[in-house]
Design a protein around this ligand. Structure first.
Ligand code: ZN
Ligand code: ZN
Length: 317
């Protein structure tokens, strides 16, 4: 099939023409690896014309909890906010398979404990990288002493790379990855692998709908989709920043064939373009957003009990 497309890791710097998408179901805030505070993101989305927004930070619901807190100011008028998450899983081959979850219960303590365990793994990996660097004579301890590492989201290789530059062990972030901490480098430490089926189970047991994120190259490379559907995948991210119309059409037909909810979003992080520009690089039909919300409501109302009734699906304003 003609699905292979390079997923643009960075949004195009040329601002696309046209209106912003009315629905954006995939965004990141500074509670994971995004740039904007949760509040700033919802304001930017509302200003761009988005009516239905999902925040899908990696491994954390912190931003959503802040926005929903009793003392938080109301959301911008006309904006509906959906609770979401993104989990980075991988196949044994190393191919990354990202799973989005929607309709999660923000008050589910068991879910929160499992997310906390994922975040703790990130801290362990970070410390192992720092120890490795010390062993090979590229200590960044002195530099890290001046960094705020209290937030788990800071504990990634970008932080290590920036510290290596500051300590004079690398000439740039790219150089740090290439010579020291990238795959094959002397201070490379692999991520503990989260199996895609485990990621799907985590979302479902938290009462959510599991959706395969930016799936174009993943489903093109092997017939993975049927396997994931068999273990509970419920949706496919059909619309995604930079996907050309023919890829969207292929993914839409795959979603229909497997009876998956079609979702979509910008995967906004905020590194190099303002929200309004990124929101013009994807077009998620309002009907797709409405279908997701209806699917989550149906699930919440269904008497099936455990698993997929998304309690507290929508974050109330
Ligand atoms: Zn992703
Ligand atoms: Zn993402």
């Amino acid at each position: 099939m003609a699905l292979s497309t390079e997923r643009p890791r960075e949004p195009s710097s040329a601002a696309p023409e046209g209106p912003a998408t009315p629905v954006d179901l995939h965004t990141h805030t500074s509670r994971s690896d995004g740039v904007l505070e949760p509040r700033a993101l919802v304001e930017a989305a509302a200003a761009a014309g988005v009516r239905l927004l999902a925040i899908t930070d990696h491994d954390t619901l912190a931003g959503l909890r802040e926005l929903r807190a009793p003392e938080a100011p109301p959301l911008p008028a006309g904006l509906e906010l959906l609770a979401g998450i993104e989990l980075n899983a991988a196949l044994e081959t190393g191919t990354e398979v990202h799973v989005l979850g929607y309709g999660l219960d923000l008050a589910d303590e068991r879910l929160e404990a499992r997310l906390e365990a994922l975040r703790a793994e990130r801290r362990v990996r970070f410390e192992r990288i720092v120890a490795r660097l010390r062993e090979i004579g590229c200590s960044i301890d002195a530099v890290l002493a001046g960094f705020d590492l209290s937030r788990t989201e800071a504990l990634g290789r970008p932080t290590v790379a920036r510290a290596l530059v500051a300590a004079g062990h690398a000439t740039s972030v790219a150089d740090a990855f290439e010579r020291l901490i990238g795959r094959g480098g002397p201070a490379y430490v692999p991520h503990p692998r989260l199996d895609p089926a485990a990621a799907i189970a985590l979302v479902r047991e938290g009462g959510g709908l599991a959706v395969l994120a930016h799936p174009a190259e993943v489903v093109a490379s092997r017939d993975l989709l049927a396997d994931l559907v068999a273990v509970g995948l419920g949706g496919l991210e059909v619309y995604y920043r930079g996907y050309p119309p023919e890829v969207v059409a292929e993914l839409a037909s795959l979603a229909a064939r497997h009876r998956l909810v079609a979702t979509g979003g910008s995967d906004f992080h905020g590194d190099d373009a303002p929200y309004a520009a990124v929101a013009r690089s994807v077009s998620v039909p309002a009907a797709a957003g409405a279908r997701l919300v209806a699917a989550l409501r149906d699930a919440a109302a269904s008497p099936r009990g455990k698993g997929w009734p998304g309690r507290a699906t929508l974050v109330r304003r």
